[in-house]
Design a protein. Structure first.
Length: 202
């Protein structure tokens, strides 16, 4: 895939729109064939990846929507072994995500865009590790999202003030040769699927 400077903005938007349609179908197919087994395998791989991190590490997951790979089992396991966990909250369109602490007992409510999130009474926290959902990914560490830019804005904000690790979570079948991207797209540090764990080269 050509780099961000090589594609006019209007053409890049068209390419991304077409790529999203194809990626949604690939993800749906992968979820239908191995959803539950993949979620369990990813939970094991994420726990292994984080084994060298202190238990004071705060890991932000996500509440799955549609055919996103379900990380609730991952979060429950991390909570059980002593890591802090958090979930994202949509504050407003065009704004970075906020995060609230989460345990299996945390009360949930609908936040922006109708996505389940910890209730407004729950404390906010900035995570150290983000488990990031996606439509497709490439081995250069770029992801194709839904187009709203929430995670790109969030990673840009967090990376200005601290070292954070972004871990793309996906079915192996979501991999593509190259993700169309622009200068605003934030790269991932790792990719975890049910089949492999991949560190993105610096």
């Amino acid at each position: 895939m050509t780099g961000p400077a090589d594609i006019p903005p209007g053409e890049l938007l068209r390419i991304k729109t077409e790529a999203r349609a194809a990626a949604k179908q690939r993800r749906a197919d992968a979820a239908a064939s191995s959803g539950h087994a993949a979620a369990e395998a990813v939970a094991e791989r994420v726990a292994g990846l984080l084994a060298v991190f202190p238990r004071t590490t705060v890991v932000a997951g996500y509440w799955p929507i549609g055919t996103e790979l379900d990380v609730r089992h991952t979060l429950s396991h991390l909570d059980l072994i002593g890591y802090g966990c958090a979930l994202p909250v949509v504050v407003a369109k065009g704004e970075p995500l906020a995060f609230r602490t989460w345990t299996p007992q945390t009360p949930m409510e609908r936040s922006g865009l109708g996505i389940l999130a910890p209730a407004a009474t729950v404390a906010e926290i900035d995570p150290d590790v983000l488990l990031v959902p996606l439509l497709s990914f490439d081995r250069a560490g770029y992801r194709l999202g839904y187009g709203a830019g929430f995670y790109d804005r969030t990673l840009e904000r967090l990376r200005r003030s601290k070292r954070v690790m972004a871990v793309g979570i996906a079915f192996a079948g979501q991999e593509v040769d190259g993700v169309p991207r622009d200068r605003y797209d934030q790269p991932l540090d790792w990719l975890v699927t049910e089949k492999f764990v991949l560190k993105i080269a610096d």
